[in-house]
Design a protein around this ligand. Structure first.
Ligand code: GZL
Length: 325
């Protein structure tokens, strides 16, 4: 452009044009007019919990200040790594993801850091050598959820003689919720010699696999007293297997599970599930706030927890109409 003005005037004109045209020079992510581009990699759609979590996240990031690029990994780590690499190539402003398993993230997170893209962990945590590879983690305390399941069982077993023979449906192998719920549950029941876990196998957080593994447990084990399921979907699948074996779920075999989804309240109302430990998926708004702050370069807490409770069979009927997921 021929300089028909003085040098200073040309520079001012360039800034003014950039500000009007929305060029990069005048705006950062999230400034008025320029949306925060968020790459979100979700585990999959394996359970009622996951579906509710996706709905909550998508609703919060549908606001005009965000532009969401959403990827469903179908519970495969390689799909999540591919999605994260694609977000990096597209130079999104923030990456958020729920890691399907705890390990194997070091290199892709280093690539995000090298690209200057902050990462927010949602729902599940990762094990990495360098905590600076992610800005913050919002999710539940899975160890405490395992402890709460065991505390319910001890309370419900007052006055019962041992042995109390427990079978356990684990979540996805290597996932933070499976590892931590297992740990928390054992921390409490190991203190009482009446309790023994006689079988423990993964049902991968799905109803179908939960039913299949419970069928195998029932064939292999006489006298199962309790099922501890790492999520309600596997418990609901196991309930079908227990009934098909001619036993009464909730009576012949007491069942405690985790999530607090609608299906669990319906099963408790029917007397087939004894207790569910809430694991709140509805943190979309909190996540949006963290992403907004991270995009603006503001400090955020390293760990953000979600509030949750414990619900038993006798509360189910009154609670069901209030449930939001
Ligand atoms: C827990 C979440 C787990 C749920 C399952 O925060 O990661 O994954 O408990 C879901 O229902 O599949």
């Amino acid at each position: 452009m021929r300089n028909i003005f003085g040098q200073g005037a040309a520079f001012a004109l360039a800034l003014l044009l950039a500000a009007c045209s929305g060029g990069d020079a005048a705006k950062g992510a999230g400034d008025a007019g320029k949306p925060i581009v968020v790459g979100f990699s979700q585990v999959g759609a394996e359970s009622e919990w996951r579906t509710a979590n996706t709905t909550s996240v998508k609703a919060a990031l549908a606001e005009p200040e965000f532009r969401l690029k959403f990827s469903d990994a179908q519970q495969k780590q390689e799909n999540q790594i591919k999605a994260l690499r694609s977000f990096i190539a597209q130079r999104v402003d923030v990456i958020a993801f729920s890691p399907v398993v705890e390990t194997g993230w070091e290199s892709v997170l280093r690539e995000a850091k090298a690209a200057g893209i902050p990462v927010v962990l949602t729902d599940r945590a990762v094990k990495v050598s360098d905590d600076s590879l992610y800005a913050t983690f919002i999710g539940s305390d899975f160890v405490e959820e395992g402890r709460r399941a065991a505390r319910w069982l001890l309370e419900d077993s007052k006055g019962r003689a041992g042995p109390v023979r427990i079978v356990e449906l684990q979540g996805t192998v290597g996932s933070a919720p499976a590892n931590d719920r297992m740990k928390g549950f054992r921390e409490i029941i190991d203190a009482d010699k009446r309790f023994a876990i006689v079988r423990s196998q993964s049902g991968d957080f799905t109803r179908a696999k939960g039913k299949e593994v419970m069928e195998a447990f029932l064939k292999a084990e006489e006298g199962i007293d309790v099922l501890f399921a790492h999520n309600d979907d596997m418990a609901i699948g196991a309930i079908q297997a227990i009934e098909e074996a001619g036993l009464k779920p909730g009576e012949d075999i007491r069942i405690v599970s985790i999530d607090g989804v609608r299906g669990a309240f319906e099963a408790m109302k029917a007397g087939k599930l004894n207790a569910t430990i809430e694991c709140n998926p509805l943190f979309g708004e909190q996540l949006a706030g963290l992403i907004r702050d991270v995009a603006a370069g503001k400090p955020v807490p390293r760990r953000v927890q979600v509030a949750e409770g414990v619900f038993t069979r006798d509360q189910a009927e009154a609670e069901l109409p209030k449930r939001k997921y």
